[in-house]
Design a protein around this ligand. Structure first.
Ligand code: ADP
Ligand code: UDP
Length: 236
């Protein structure tokens, strides 16, 4: 399957149309952004690592019965996916307090959240992805009640699958962001699951192994991504 035309260039990926109107190619670039695109740097190998990481995770989720976008890994940096009609809200699940939750509520970083929380954020960099709720989604037509219920159900199912997968690799899945879209009317997992969009801490040391290394200038960003990939069994 070949790329036809560039449909959209995001902060980390470029989306291309293909000969099949139902399929797109996502190209993972080395661009790494933080603070809603305010800071952008090129990190060697990042596109390849995230593409293979995402393909591995999406395949695991598919095998566990989650509807995902993934069709085929095409190359180091490209994956063939179903063309989704994206829902413009991000779903965030948290098992421990970190990031914006700590800032917003003044709670301690690392506090265990039992049960895990579920939050919705509007995808809008200019507005810094504001938090929204179900009624905003309905009133503005971003998602219906049924669609929201499905997104929440799938987000928590994914939490069970991935918490276990990372736990077996000696890692804590602290939190993560998911994006869903519609494919032939069905809520389907899109975008990516990689260390760019989740927090992973080493169980024994609580070392940060995710994009916080970039956000906080800790260094060794891709080395940490590669270490996580190796531990869960991604072939790089
Ligand atoms: P951003 O738009 O946040 O800068 P990216 O650089 O990751 O993010 O760009 C990828 C874009 O492609 C995102 O806007 C995402 O919503 C969209 N996208 C991801 N997967 C799919 C898909 N399967 N079908 C259609 N669009 C998708
Ligand atoms: N996240 C993301 N994209 C966003 C916002 C958040 O991938 O636009 C991820 C982030 O990496 C973390 C989780 O969602 O794993 C929760 O992020 P948080 O709300 O704490 O925001 P942050 O302070 O990280 O921007």
């Amino acid at each position: 399957m070949k790329k036809l035309a560039e449909l959209y260039r995001g902060k980390a990926k470029t989306v291309y149309t293909t000969e099949n109107p139902d399929l797109l190619i996502l190209e993972f670039r080395n661009d790494t952004s933080a603070f809603d695109g305010l800071r952008i740097e090129q990190l060697d190998r990042k596109g390849m690592v995230n593409n293979k990481f995402n393909y591995f995770i999406m395949t695991k989720l598919h095998e566990a019965g989650i509807p995902t976008q993934v069709e085929a890994l095409l190359s180091d940096n490209e994956v063939l996916v179903k063309k989704l009609q994206m829902i413009p809200v991000e779903c965030v699940v948290r098992n421990r307090a970190a990031g914006s939750l700590v800032k917003r509520l003044g709670v301690e970083e690392g506090q265990v959240l039992n049960p895990p929380t579920f939050e919705l954020f509007l995808k809008n960099d200019a507005l810094h992805d504001p938090m929204v709720n179900d009624s905003h989604c309905k009133a503005f037509g971003w998602a219906s009640d049924d669609q929201l219920a499905k997104m929440k159900e799938l987000s928590f199912k994914i939490n069970t699958i991935l918490t276990d997968l990372f736990d077996k690799a000696g890692l804590i899945l602290v939190d993560y962001k998911l994006e869903f879209g519609l494919f032939k009317g069905e809520i389907t997992l899109g975008d990516e699951f990689s260390p760019d969009g989740c927090r992973l801490w080493e169980k024994s040391t609580l070392k940060k192994m995710d994009k916080d290394r970039f956000r906080q200038g800790l260094g060794g960003v891709i080395e940490a991504y590669e270490e996580v990939a190796k531990r869960i069994g991604v072939c790089l």
